[in-house]
Ligand binder design. Structure first.
Ligand code: GLU
Length: 492
């Protein structure tokens, strides 16, 4: 049977990097096995709803190269619609589906109505806490007679439906990553399945939907492992075959804490904004918690699909290492098609005022040259903003003592005069013209090596170190380079 896997996010307004990895492993497994990747929106917790969150989620995943075979997708205009034969794929559109299943469980003795008030439950929890016990429902309504239940419902009392777990039974299942898991029902809680407002809880909806959508593997973060025995029992109570469970180790920060907004970026959207390339983020995130069967560390989506397996997913948590991500991103920045990379840099060019949008388009070839000369220095595209200063003002000042020292040498006045003369004598200045020009200067003046190249670099850029000076001069062009050298002379 071809696998059917689902990514089941609760829309929160952004895609956490851990969710990206879950979606990715779902996707890789489905694609590797010729199966189906489903996205199901779990939005039954109405208190946590965020407008546009589904759109944002679909866009972020699409950006990363992950699109659903079934579930919400974006058309070419960015409009979200659902595709697939098992819909609707949004739980709030499925509310009518769950109630009959809850009733079935009640009839079969696997669930019961509970009329306990919030006050009673709060007091119970408080009492248990004071006694050092894990808070748990005490079964107060487990054995109400049918008559009493009917009466109280007819009287308009508010109620929830709870799972009726058998006492002292071991629930066991084999997780593909975590191995064999056993839990005694005495250590479990009679979970609420249907809330007082008629909405299903996550536990109810997830089991019903995974069954109805014929999901074969439930792949999710290991924070859900604790809930899985309840789900396993629910499958049994319904008389359904449970899917295979695959719980992925959590991603921690370098300080071994949960990856949270407080510790830095966690949203895919943040990484995108800073100029991480989707291929890099996907490549890196795949490696947090999974080790490939080769020494290779650079994988495009196709290679990930070919190599990915649950057998090489680690049982223990993975560490999110920003330096490593930067390294991977730099790799992709260096090898990306230059036009594509340059187009992605547009917002940064405009932001620092290097040019406006129209000029960016009109002089796209020049923009490509700028990106080409800078790209190897970038860990993320937004860093280009710092480097663009190099091309902006012709009033260049030596940036540090080292640069000032270069310009304080005795031969500088003479050298710069000859340099300006040469520049003025040429029609145009391209990167290719620079080397022969410097050769000529060397011949005429006798200045060579560091005595020649350093002053030229500092006079043009103010810096002792930097990208290839011939490329820079080619981009700046004749007039700008002349203005720069003359400005430098005027400051001496
Ligand atoms: N809706 C859950 C979440 O927000 C998904 C849990 C699951 O995959 O079963 O993460």
């Amino acid at each position: 049977m071809k696998p059917r896997v689902r990514f089941a996010p609760s829309p929160t307004g952004y895609v956490h990097i851990g969710s990206l990895r879950t979606a990715l492993y779902d996707y890789l497994y489905a694609k590797g096995q010729g199966g189906t990747f489903v996205i199901r929106v779990e939005d039954t917790d109405q208190t946590r709803l965020v407008g546009d969150a589904v759109e944002g989620m679909v866009y972020a995943l699409k950006w990363a190269g992950i699109e659903a075979d079934e579930g919400p997708v974006a058309d070419e205009n960015g409009v979200i619609h659902e595709i697939g034969d098992f819909g609707p794929y949004t739980q709030s559109d499925r509310l009518d589906i769950y109630k009959p299943y809850a009733e079935q469980l009640i009839e079969n003795g696997h669930a019961y109505h509970c009329f306990c008030t919030k006050e009673r439950l709060d007091a119970l929890r408080q009492e248990q806490k004071e006694q050092g016990l894990t808070p748990k429902y005490d079964g107060h309504c487990r054995n109400l007679s049918k008559e009493e239940v009917d009466q109280r419902i007819a009287a308009g009392e508010s109620y929830v439906v709870r799972l009726k777990l058998p006492e002292n039974r071991v629930i066991a299942f084999d997780d593909r990553v975590k191995g064999h898991i056993e839990v005694n029902t005495n250590d479990m809680d009679d979970q609420v399945l249907m809330k007082a407002d008629g909405f299903p809880t996550y536990h109810m909806a997830v089991v019903v939907d995974d069954h109805l959508m014929e999901i074969t593997q439930v792949i999710r973060g290991d924070e859900w492992l604790i809930s899985t025995p309840k789900h396993v029992y629910l499958y049994e109570a319904f008389g359904w075959e449970a899917p295979e469970f695959v719980h992925l180790p959590v991603i921690l920060s370098k300080s071994k804490k949960k990856l949270s907004k407080r510790e830095g970026d966690v949203a895919v959207e943040d990484f995108r904004r800073k100029g991480y390339l989707p291929e890099a983020l996907v490549n890196y995130v795949a490696l947090v918690g999974w080790s490939p069967d080769t020494e290779e560390e650079i994988f495009d989506m196709q290679a990930l699909i070919e190599h990915f397996s649950f057998e090489r997913v680690s049982k223990s948590s993975g560490i999110f290492d920003l330096d490593k991500l930067n390294w991977v991103n730099n790799h992709y920045i260096r090898s990306y098609p230059i036009e594509k990379l340059t187009a992605l840099c547009k917002p940064y060019f405009v932001e620092v005022g290097y040019c406006d949008e129209a000029t960016f388009e009109a002089e796209f070839d020049k923009m490509c040259q700028v990106v080409e000369v800078l790209r190897e220095r970038l860990n993320k595209l937004e860093e280009i903003k710092e480097h663009l200063a190099l091309f902006m003002s012709d009033d260049v000042h030596p940036e540090d003592d080292e640069a000032r020292e270069v310009l304080s040498q005795e031969h500088i006045a003479d050298l710069l005069n000859v340099f300006v003369g040469k520049l003025e004598a040429c029609d145009t200045l391209t990167a290719e013209d620079v080397k022969p020009m410097l050769k000529e200067i060397q011949k005429e003046t006798g200045y060579k090596g560091k005595m020649l190249f350093m002053p030229v670099r500092v006079a043009v850029t103010g810096q002792v170190h930097g990208p290839d000076i011939a490329q820079i001069m080619g981009i700046l062009g004749k007039d700008s380079v002349i203005r720069r050298v003359k400005f430098t002379q005027s400051q001496m």
